[in-house]
Structures are given as C-alpha cells and as structure tokens.
Design a binder for this molecule. Structure first.
Ligand code: HEC
Length: 112
C-alpha cells in the first residue's frame, strides 16, 4: 500500500511539473478553440480546404519576428480574404476579449 501511495505522489508531482514546463502552446485547447469557432470548416493542419493549411501558414511566417502579431490581426480584424474561386469575403474575426486563447491558437498554428 505504501508504495502505491508513493507512486501516486510521484505521479502527481510529475504532472504538475510537466504542465508548467510546457506553458505554451496548449495544442488541445488550440484545436478545441478552432473547432468551436468554425475554423475547421476552412482550415486543416495539412490539407487545403477553403483556406490554406496551418502547415503552409507556419512555413510562410517561419522566422518572422512579427508573425504572432500579424496572425493575431488576421484573426481579430476580419480582413478581406480571397477564396480559390476568386470571391472575397471578410475573414472570421474573433473577440479580442479572448486574446489569451487567440494567442495560444496562433502559437499552435505557427508550430505546425
Ligand atoms: C469561410 C472560410 C474560413 C473560415 C471560417 C476561417 N478562415 Fe482563415 N482563412 C480563409 C481564407 C480564404 C484565408 C486567406 C488565404 C489567403 O489569403 O491566401 C484565410 C486566412 C487565414 C490565416 C492566414 C493564413 C496565411 O497564410 O496568411 C489564418 C492564420 C487563418 N485563416 C486562421 C483561421 C482561424 C484560426 C479561423 C477560425 C477563427 C479561421 N481562419 C476561419 C478562410 C477561412
């Protein structure tokens, strides 16, 4: 019994340590947030849908110091975007009140 309790303690301490060691981005939260906001209708990680795949976006912004700021604007200001068929539409704009979640999502996209 004693060793079981010890194991449980060790496991609990470990999960605390690893949770804080990997502060950002939280992939699960990012994907859930993207899904909840309908992003998955137009974007996938590595498949082109109506919008470009996140891997393409990550490659495009790789090494750019302002990547996070640019994508944050893209996701909050509702810029006009062009679809493959040439039609234009305002991009989905997220609420800046949720900036922590948006930043997490942006960092996750850039890590693809
Ligand atoms: C109706 C379809 C649609 C929805 C919904 C949508 N997007 Fe987009 N998204 C696009 C299109 C189209 C572009 C522009 C592609 C371009 O300009 O080459 C774009 C551009 C982007 C870009 C910039 C890509 C780049 O390489 O510059 C990001 C990041 C992005 N979207 C993320 C999201 C996120 C996150 C959501 C959910 C909040 C979302 N999109 C919702 C269609 C959509």
């Amino acid at each position: 019994m004693k060793s079981v309790a010890l194991l449980a303690t060790v496991a609990a301490v470990f999960s605390l340590v690893s949770a804080s060691a990997f502060a950002a981005p939280d992939a699960e939260a990012a994907q859930k947030y993207a899904k909840d906001n309908g992003c998955t209708k137009c974007h996938a990680v590595d498949k082109t849908k109506k919008g470009p795949p996140y891997t393409k976006t990550a490659a495009k912004f790789k090494g750019k110091a302002d990547a996070e700021a640019k994508l944050f604007d893209q996701l909050t200001k509702g810029p006009k975007v062009k679809f493959e068929d040439g039609t234009e539409e305002e991009h989905k704009a997220l609420d800046t009140k949720e900036s922590a979640q948006i930043k997490n999502l942006v960092q996750w996209i850039l890590a693809q």
